[in-house]
Design a protein around this ligand. Structure first.
Ligand code: DGJ
Length: 728
């Protein structure tokens, strides 16, 4: 897995297990050296960079040479015309930046990014890092591009640091994390959505224009995940070349993909330049978030498996990273704001009797919080609802044999709160303009150190006040007008990124003060389901939409980047509160047990038949969760393409097949599902005792039991979970 640097240190080949990236100094038209990326894709076997890669076809055309060169760090205002990674304005006020190549070096391991989430290594031999240094003579800006190649993952983590080594302030107008340049045209696959329907898969063909995915909401958002895949047009789930671009960040971002007139594709990924600006005084530097690039020649699923393995083991951290996650019961949909100590205990008693391991008390336990229009920021228990406090409730729940968890929303402030009356200047807003409310709340100005300190102190006090083992960290609105009373006018455009840096500082402080607490992030469901959050909190509430049929698409789409161990998935009541649909308890459980499993309903109100199904679900989850949380996940049948859906997990000698049917039709097609890449040998279906050779499972496949022997469909919303164990 080495990074090869040529003897003159002008060319570099990052040669992974199955990918290669080439970066070289290149003399542009006026003789200056610049850094180009002539190749990124399938592994090149020669360590030396083939000379053929380094010749550029200069086009006899109207355009400048710069319009066709594959710059590793494309800059604005110099005749490149495609999306730029860096736009800096110096003393002269012009937007031109040109970076000459200075030198490159390779070091073992991977340096951390101060104050930012990032992938990491535990030992130096897990990765090597190439640092390429560049300089703009006019502004004095020095740029360092860092590329870390992992030894066990076909991924390269990229980030950029710029230092103002000149004598005058420089304004960064754009400073993105990574650029890639590819030959050819690519389909773009991305994950779009809205509240309640996050991460839907959309694949669009090439076009001679920019395709842009972005957020300007102060959060990565429900609408676009900070990710895209560039797929060879003929690539499928399991075949063909696929590039992944994933940004380790939770705020405003942009990924711009441009296919030029000469058959080349460039992608630039990083902070959204529309809501970003940063003043660098002489001697100051700016570090971008990290982008993680992946390449697979085994289709989209191959790319997903690269991210799953890397993010599960080298992005998520801490005590819970490799531990089996507890089965929980959350009271939100059971009670909303209407609960007291006794009501909670009644639900908890039934849950404990069924084998649930953790009770999570959701919104409504603090201040005067009887509805969503008050008290955010007042993190003091409501004695009317909980006369014995959180401690009394947690102790009663622990006495039932369960752990206790709690909901908080630390970044928010209600206009009707003691906190807002005491500190009106702590609201993120623009003076002399209305501060728009959403869900009756405002946002705390997390860019301010005093606000960060308040939040750390207030939340730590709550967590110390009772035996709390789990925290659900919510965030229920996005930015409208954003400004900080603590920043001067010329730095107001720094507020969105400073907000995120503040949130990260607070999360780092609180999670490291309570290392054994399991933290789950949430933003109105999955509005901030991104790699940045996963660095601090190893799981995320996937969506507020808990309908089993809708969840198939949401969880399937989420799996394009994120491992199942990061997805919260709960069984809720019917008719479902988001869509009004009725599905049976088995289907709801079978969908949820592909993620971090739990219940979100009043267990004391279920029928005896459903309670028996629940008891068996809990037993099964305890038996299989190591496989769902740590095994290799493979998508088999897409719910976006019809009424069936299937996926599998495999870990050591266990394979789990999950299959679902949504709306049936008369005279349906007969369907089998072929399992994928399972180890050779004989496998037994643990329920029926039937035995199969691996070749039968992958070649002939498994018949889906959604049609009765007479040809009659078994009805809508049915599911199959098959547990296969290798017996020889
Ligand atoms: C939004 C979350 O996604 C829900 O699960 C719940 O916690 C509510 N917020 C509470 O206000």
């Amino acid at each position: 897995m080495p990074i090869f640097l040529s003897p003159d240190a002008r060319c570099c080949h990052l040669q992974g297990r199955r990918l290669s990236m080439v970066l070289c100094a290149y003399k542009v038209q006026d003789g200056a050296d610049e850094l180009i990326m002539p190749y990124f894709g399938a592994r090149l076997e020669d360590a030396d960079v083939p000379a053929a890669l380094l010749t550029s076809e200069r086009l006899a055309s109207f355009d400048t040479d710069n319009a066709t060169l594959p710059f590793a760090l494309p800059t604005a205002g110099r005749g490149d015309f495609r999306p730029a990674q860096l736009c800096a304005v110096g003393r002269g006020g012009q937007r031109t930046t040109r970076l000459s190549f200075l030198r490159a070096e390779v070091t073992p391991g991977k340096p951390p990014l101060a104050g930012l989430p990032a992938t990491y290594v535990e030992r130096e031999d897990e990765a090597q890092t190439l640092s390429a240094h560049l300089r703009d003579e006019v502004t004095g800006l020095e740029a360092t591009l860092c590329y870390t190649l992992f030894s066990r993952h076909d991924a390269i983590a990229v980030s950029l640091r710029v230092l103002n080594a000149g004598g005058a302030p420089v304004k960064l107008r754009a400073c993105a994390s990574a650029s890639i340049n590819l030959f050819g045209a690519y389909d773009l696959l991305h994950l779009h959505g809205a509240w309640g329907k996050e991460r839907q898969i959309e694949r669009v063909g090439p076009m001679h224009a920019e395709r842009v995915i972005r957020s300007a909401r102060g959060a990565s958002g429900h609408q676009h995940n900070p990710f895209c895949a560039l797929m060879e047009p003929e690539a499928t789930e399991r075949t063909g070349g696929v590039y992944g671009i994933s940004l380790v960040y939770s705020g405003d971002f942009q990924i711009a993909v441009d296919e030029d007139a000469y058959g080349q594709t460039r992608a630039v990924c990083g902070l959204n330049p529309e809501t970003f600006g940063w003043t660098l005084l002489p001697g100051e530097s700016f570090q971008t978030p990290e982008a993680v690039l992946a390449y697979s020649d085994a289709g989209l699923n191959g790319m997903s498996q690269i991210y799953h393995a890397l993010y599960r083991t080298r992005l998520c951290r801490g005590y819970w990273r490799d531990r089996e996650r507890p089965i929980l019961i959350n009271n939100w949909e059971a009670t909303y704001f209407r609960f007291d100590h006794e009501k909670i205990l009644r639900i908890a008693r039934t849950a404990a009797g069924l084998g649930v391991e953790l009770f999570v008390l959701d919104d409504g336990w603090f201040g005067e919080r009887d509805s969503d229009d008050r008290s955010l920021g007042d993190w003091v228990v409501n004695p009317r609802k909980l006369p014995r406090g959180l401690k009394g409730l947690a102790e009663d729940i622990e006495a039932l044999g369960m752990r206790f968890g709690l909901w908080v929303e630390p970044e928010m402030i209600s206009p009707n709160s003691d906190l807002c009356r005491a500190h009106p200047d702590w609201v993120l807003r623009v003076p002399e303009r209305t501060a728009t409310q959403a869900r009756n709340q405002w946002i705390l100005d997390m860019s301010r150190a005093d606000v960060q300190d308040y939040v750390v102190e207030a939340i730590c006090a709550v967590l110390k006040s009772a035996p709390i083992s789990y925290v659900k960290w919510d965030m229920n609105r996005n930015f409208a007008e954003y400004g900080s009373a603590a920043l001067p006018p010329e730095r107001q455009d720094e507020a969105p990124h400073r907000y995120m840096l503040g949130v990260y500082r607070v999360m780092e402080s609180i999670t490291s003060a309570f290392p054994e607490v399991l933290f789950e992030s949430c933003s109105g469901g999955g509005g901030r389901f991104d790699p940045g959050m996963l660095y601090y909190m190893p799981q995320t509430w996937t969506s507020d939409d808990t309908d089993a049929a809708e969840r198939l698409k949401i969880q399937y789409g989420t799996s394009v980047v994120y491992p199942a161990s990061t997805m919260g998935a709960h069984v809720s009541a019917v008719p479902n509160h988001q869509v009004g649909r009725v599905t049976d308890m088995k289907m709801r459980g079978d969908v949820a047990m592909s993620g971090n499993f739990g219940y979100e309903l009043d267990l004391s109100q279920q029928t005896p038949e459903d309670l028996e199904i629940i008891r068996r679900q809990i037993e099964r989850v305890k038996r299989i969760r190591r496989v769902t949380q740590q095994g290799a996940f493979t998508r088999l049948i897409s719910p976006f393409e019809g009424n069936l859906c299937a996926w599998q997990f495999q870990l050591e000698d266990t394979v789990l097949l999950f299959a679902f049917v949504t709306l049936q039709s008369a005279n349906p097609q007969m369907r089998r599902v072929k399992l994928a890449d399972i180890p050779d040998g004989r496998w037994r279906d643990e329920e029926t005792g039937a035995e199969y050779d691996a070749s039968v499972l992958t070649g002939a496949g498994v018949r889906l039991p959604f049609i009765q022997p007479g040809g009659q469909p078994v009805g809508d919303f049915k599911s199959l979970v098959m547990e296969l164990r290798r017996i020889g």
